[in-house]
Ligand binder design. Structure first.
Ligand SMILES: Cc1cc2nc3c(=O)[nH]c(=O)nc-3n(C[C@H](O)[C@H](O)[C@H](O)COP(=O)(O)OP(=O)(O)OC[C@H]3O[C@@H](n4cnc5c(N)ncnc54)[C@H](O)[C@@H]3O)c2cc1C
Length: 450
């Protein structure tokens, strides 16, 4: 059968599946084949022509099972999509085929009042899950700055951490993901309940080794986060103060530091820099007085903005993590970025790079907990000067001791993990033996089948 005949037969059978919306308009095929990969000029070139042949939106788990069965029958790629807010083309169908939009699976299945664990369907938005948790006096431990629009399935399969990482580390740390319900793409597909141990291989695997239909997460007690801004004249002094906040006995949910040039490109509601660098903090009410004391003893300006209003969309969290990059690109689309864990001590490395790259490199720092240790991560803004300049900068960062999470690559391994995770590859051969899930994204599988 030719490719066209295969797709026609597949489409005919998909049309008889109940609880399934089908999109065939070119504009829909294009819309559902993109994410935010345009933050990377390198990925724009690589991904701009990748388009799905068919887009479907299942409204039940049974519909997903039927789609998986048909994609297996016709050996057609199946790429999952949550809300499409990923940055590295994670949900872009490299080889066409079927894109499955998961937003129709949005049930909150259970809240366990004893453990605080919540079980939700994978298309649930993080915002909705958090709203539900607040009703129970809890909240999500980790949120991407896209928390209003991103799905939980997409966050687990494609994200890494974000707001909350200062306290709770990263999504792959044991203790966040407690269980998964998945559909395999075998013939026939199976619906499996995976415990925390078996779920690990699907965590941050870009949907290459199983279709997540539901998941159970641990949560944290609700805290009425207070928004605090601290402005400093000197960069080194700002880094020292941020590190003090990061390591003090403070309950923090966010600790962000931005160079003054960045602040002046952020939305008007966030205020101008007046030439000072800015620390943004979300802290528990009992942390505020200590932050004020530490700020004043460093001769920095301290501003207590009071409680967060999560409905307003103008809180400090909207200026953090990759939302900083979003705002900078809104100001000038020639800005792109990098992601790294900074070496210690941090200032010396930052100073060296700044002296070479000048205004083409602006520092954006985030407090994180890495393997149980308080550290500083960076998402520096980089003025695009071509691919060669970007690789030179990456090499320099590595030479100076930074661990790079390259946002200009499409595979699971090159972007984050750095190495092939044999458990991820094994899970793929168990649950997706034909290799039809999001083909091209799991390097370990590409190597094993070639
Ligand atoms: C401005 C901006 C800020 C961001 N900030 C952060 C941040 O702070 N932290 C962070 O980690 N990320 C961040 N991101 C990246 C992204 O928003 C998050 O990772 C988000 O959680 C992805 O969710 P999504 O629903 O949009 O997933 P999608 O982009 O739709 O998908 C992500 C990956 O998950 C897979 N997938 C989706 N659903 C399923 C499923 N049900 N089963 C299996 N696989 C599935 C997809 O195939 C894809 O590989 C940011 C992005 C932008 C543009």
């Amino acid at each position: 059968m030719s490719k066209k005949e295969t797709l026609d037969s597949l489409l005919r059978e998909l049309k008889s599946v109940s609880d399934l919306e089908i999109y065939q308009k070119i504009s829909d095929l294009k819309r559902f084949s993109k994410d935010f990969f345009d933050y990377s000029p390198i990925l724009i070139n690589e991904l701009k022509n990748c388009v799905a042949d068919i887009v479907v939106r299942p409204l039940s788990v049974d519909a997903i099972i039927n789609v998986a069965q048909l994609c297996n029958k016709y050996s057609t790629p199946l790429t999952l999509r949550g809300s499409g807010t990923g940055n590295y083309g994670q949900c872009v169908p490299l080889k066409g085929g079927v894109v499955v939009v998961m937003s129709g699976l949005r049930k909150i299945r259970n809240f366990d009042s004893k453990t605080g664990e919540i079980t939700v369907e994978s298309g649930c938005l993080l915002r909705d899950i958090n709203d539900e948790l607040i009703e129970h006096g809890r909240q999500l431990r980790l949120l991407p700055s896209t928390w209003r629009s991103a799905s939980i399935g997409g966050f687990i399969a494609g994200g890494s951490g974000g707001i909350g990482s200062v306290r709770w580390g990263f999504l792959r740390d044991p203790g966040h993901l407690q269980a998964l319900e998945i559909i395999t793409t075998e013939d026939p597909p199976r619906k499996l309940d995976l415990n925390a141990n078996n779920s690990e291989a699907l965590n941050h695997a870009y949907g290459t080794n199983g279709i997540i239909t539901a998941l159970t997460l641990t949560t944290a007690p609700y805290s009425n986060w207070q928004q605090i801004v601290v402005d400093c004249v000197q960069w080194d002094q700002s880094v020292d103060l941020l590190s003090k906040f990061n390591c003090a006995a403070l309950d923090l949910y966010l600790g962000t530091l931005l160079e003054n040039e960045i602040i002046d490109c952020l939305p008007a509601w966030s205020g101008k820099s007046k030439g000072k660098h800015r620390i943004l903090l979300l802290a528990s009410p009992d942390a505020v007085s200590t932050i004020e004391r530490l700020a004043k003893s460093a001769a920095a300006d301290f501003y207590d903005l009071g409680s967060e209003n999560l409905k307003a969309g103008t809180g400090l969290r909207e200026l953090s993590w990759n939302h900083t990059t979003l705002h900078m690109r809104g100001f000038d689309p020639d800005w792109t970025y990098l992601q790294m864990l900074l070496p210690q001590p941090e200032s010396e490395m930052m100073r060296k790079l700044k002296s070479e790259w000048g205004p083409n490199l602006l520092w954006h720092i985030e407090c994180v907990r890495q393997n149980g240790v308080q550290r500083l991560a960076a998402l520096p803004l980089v003025k695009w000067q071509g691919e060669e300049a970007m690789s030179r900068l990456i090499s320099q960062c590595k030479e100076l001791g930074a661990v790079i999470f390259n946002p200009h690559t499409i595979t699971v391994e090159d972007g984050g993990l750095g190495v092939v995770d044999s458990d991820q590859v094994q899970a793929k051969s168990n649950f997706d033996p034909k290799g039809i899930l999001n083909p091209g994204k799991l390097k370990g599988w590409n190597i094993s089948v070639n």
